[in-house]
Design a protein around this ligand. Structure first.
Ligand SMILES: NC(=O)c1ccc[n+]([C@@H]2O[C@H](COP(=O)([O-])OP(=O)(O)OC[C@H]3O[C@@H](n4cnc5c(N)ncnc54)[C@H](O)[C@@H]3O)[C@@H](O)[C@H]2O)c1
Length: 318
């Protein structure tokens, strides 16, 4: 089958997930326009793509309208880690809500398909395990995480209203914890935190007693899920959970990372932050049936690649 080369917009394209997505789309032969305001994204994440004629980078804030001609839009722009999204909560809500309006408006105008990078945070601190897409969540609308959780929930609402009102071609993916190379070293997410601390021989900071569980999806698996969802026909809107259903406790993760890095670090227990979910695990039945998708990369394989990335990064910044 011959390739149809598409013009694809990736907002948040210089961030952790966005940079991997840009790379993958270019590898598939498409033209990619990466839009980012570099709030948490880094030029280093995309510098290896800058010489590629299929790639273009544009500094732009998605809270302002954008007029470009594209076939597909992946809307990833939004800080994803609590440290970053709580730094300027008003801007976080604006990015999710106004960013969604701008990208939906663009998709409507140019008749592009638009995929929203939503999040498992729409489930809040869930009372149902594992979480299926029809679970409506348990979000505190007033807490410090609300700018992110409610912003993403409002964005989903906008996606479905554009779909119902304008027949905009939407896809909504609910991403569960994802890790891999190019995570921000100081963003406080558990995998990057533990790896950086272990490599520097510092204590691993564990919030709570470590019995809370998480499930971690390697970035390559996630990007594959994005592409499969975007490739579905227009009747498929989602939301679809994409994540790894294999749960481990945070304490188990800490010990695995200490072992894999050969570190002498100890574990330091700290109080659990407000509204931190105790358990989060995707039900991926829908992704399996709709997209024939499931995660393939084993945790220790993915952790190995991530540890290698941080080793190199720390050596460069030393
Ligand atoms: N990584 C995860 O585990 C995870 C989980 C759930 C959802 N998500 C979602 O996936 C998307 C990407 O997450 P990530 O982990 O790559 O985070 P990231 O912080 O590395 O990437 C976000 C990118 O968006 C850019 N950005 C932020 N505000 C912007 C604005 N107003 N205009 C233009 N660009 C802006 C940042 O500079 C950055 O490059 C986010 O929407 C996030 O909510 C990620």
């Amino acid at each position: 089958m011959s390739l149809v080369r598409k013009r694809i917009l990736v907002t948040g394209g210089s961030g952790f997930l966005g940079s991997h997505l840009c790379e993958r789309l270019i590898g598939m032969g498409h033209n990619v326009l990466c839009v980012d305001n570099y709030f948490t994204g880094r030029k280093d994440n995309i510098k290896h793509l800058l010489d590629n004629s299929q790639f273009e980078a544009l500094r732009h804030d998605v809270t302002f309208p954008l007029y470009v001609e594209v076939d597909e839009i992946y809307n990833l722009a939004c800080p994803a880690s609590p440290i970053h999204y709580q730094f300027d909560p008003v801007q976080t809500t604006k990015t999710s809500v106004i960013g969604a309006i701008n990208m939906l408006g663009l998709a409507k105008r140019v008749k592009a398909k638009v995929l929203q990078a939503s999040t498992s945070e729409v489930y809040g601190d869930p009372t149902v395990h594992p979480q299926t897409e029809d679970y409506r969540g348990n979000v505190n609308p007033l807490g410090p995480r609300a700018c992110y959780d409610e912003g993403k929930r409002a964005a989903e609402t906008l996606f479905f209203d554009y779909y119902r009102q304008h027949r905009t071609r939407i896809k909504v993916v609910r991403i569960f914890n994802t890790y891999g190379p190019r995570m921000h070293p100081n963003d406080g997410r558990v995998v990057s935190n533990f790896i950086v601390q272990a490599l520097q021989g510092e204590p691993l900071t564990l919030y709570g007693d470590g019995s809370q569980t998480r499930s971690f999806c390697f970035v390559d698996d996630l990007v594959e899920g994005f592409i499969r969802l975007m490739g579905t026909d227009d009747s498929v809107t989602g939301p679809v959970n994409i994540g790894n259903p294999h749960e481990i406790t945070v304490s188990e993760l800490a010990h695995t990372i200490i072992r894999m890095t050969g570190s002498n670090s100890v574990i330091r227990y700290l109080p659990l932050p407000q509204d931190d979910p105790t358990q989060r695990c995707p039900d991926i039945t829908l992704a399996r049936s709709l997209l024939d998708w499931e995660p393939k990369v084993e945790l220790e394989v993915g952790l190995g690649r991530t540890i290698d990335y941080f080793k190199k990064l720390l050596a460069e910044t030393r």
